[in-house]
Design a protein around this ligand. Structure first.
Ligand SMILES: Nc1ncnc2c1ncn2[C@@H]1O[C@H](COP(=O)(O)OP(=O)(O)OP(=O)(O)O)[C@@H](O)[C@H]1O
Ligand SMILES: [Mg+2]
Length: 271
């Protein structure tokens, strides 16, 4: 098979036997999963379970001292251990990192860095995307420095930038944690619209919040202590979680939902 043909038939992301050691500790152990074109997949797990390290391994931003083993193929091209700059455009992953404060240049206004980074046509598309995620006052936004934005504004800016890229895979690590519930809902809808309509773009959405993941993703991967413990369609995970940690996640989400309905009932609101 030619390399071109292999790239077109390969999953957008194929992780096989990924193992990561850091400071003498095994943080990811034998992780294997695929994401196909057009899929929206979430990676769930408790704090410290290895979700962000998995994201960093995929994007080539794991700490330099990390010992990485296994294979990570993006559109059929091996990228394990390769830094983002060494990758060809076909194997680049659009990324929203958990810490949005380091994603933008702190010394330039937002407008200036966008003008330098994007062609004029893309800036127009980005403005529409910013509007869709609720960052409507564009003139004010463009004049500001990153430190002058709230965490939630920075998160939405980074997400809009990543979504607007032509990459076939978006990896979003907790991209809505700094948002209030209404804005979060709005942003999830924008993501849903952008990714469910596309047969070629895929999404890996990292979160510890199964309720948020259920709004957006059709398949779920569950990690515990650096190990993949469950992989299932989202509907199946919600109805019949198999692993004890998955059961805890689903149970906690059901309790939170019941308590939300109780609060709403107290206020006389129908949910
Ligand atoms: N640069 C680092 N140096 C040493 N240990 C690290 C480093 N980054 C992460 N770790 C450790 O690796 C483990 C996994 O971290 P990771 O950031 O992947 O967790 P996570 O699942 O993303 O958690 P959270 O939901 O809190 O973001 C944790 O025990 C963490 O302390
Ligand atoms: Mg994390």
């Amino acid at each position: 098979m030619t390399q071109d043909r292999a790239q077109h038939t390969a999953p957008v992301l194929a992780v096989e036997g990924l193992t990561l050691w850091l400071a003498g500790e095994n943080r990811i152990s034998g992780l294997s999963f695929n994401i196909n074109a057009g899929e929206r997949v979430c990676l769930l797990g408790a704090s410290g379970s290895g979700k962000s390290l998995t994201a960093k391994a995929i994007t080539g931003t794991a700490p330099a001292r990390a010992d990485l083993r296994g294979s990570i193929r993006v559109n059929g091209l091996e990228v394990c251990g390769k830094p983002p700059v060494s990758r060809c455009s076909y194997s680049r992953v659009a990324t929203v990192f958990q810490d949005s404060s380091t994603a933008l240049n702190p010394l330039m206004t937002i407008g200036k860095q966008l003008r330098l980074a994007l062609p004029v046509a893309s800036v127009q598309e980005l403005l529409a995307m910013l509007d869709a995620v609720g960052l409507g006052d564009i003139a004010q936004l463009m004049a500001r420095y990153p430190a002058e934005l709230s965490g939630g504004q920075r998160q939405r800016l980074c997400l809009a930038l990543a979504m607007q890229s032509s990459s076939s895979l978006l990896l979003a690590d907790e991209p809505t944690t700094a948002l209030d519930v209404l804005t979060q809902h709005q942003v999830l809808q924008v993501m849903q619209t952008a990714y469910s309509a596309s047969p070629t773009r895929a999404l890996l959405f990292i979160t510890h919040d199964i309720a948020v993941a259920a709004q957006l993703c059709e398949r779920a991967l569950v990690m515990e202590n650096g190990v993949l413990v469950e992989s299932a369609p989202m509907a199946q995970l919600l109805r019949h979680p198999q692993h004890p940690y998955s059961r805890q996640l689903v149970h906690a989400a059901r309790q939170a939902d019941a308590s939300h309905q109780n609060h709403a009932a107290l206020r006389g609101v129908t949910v």
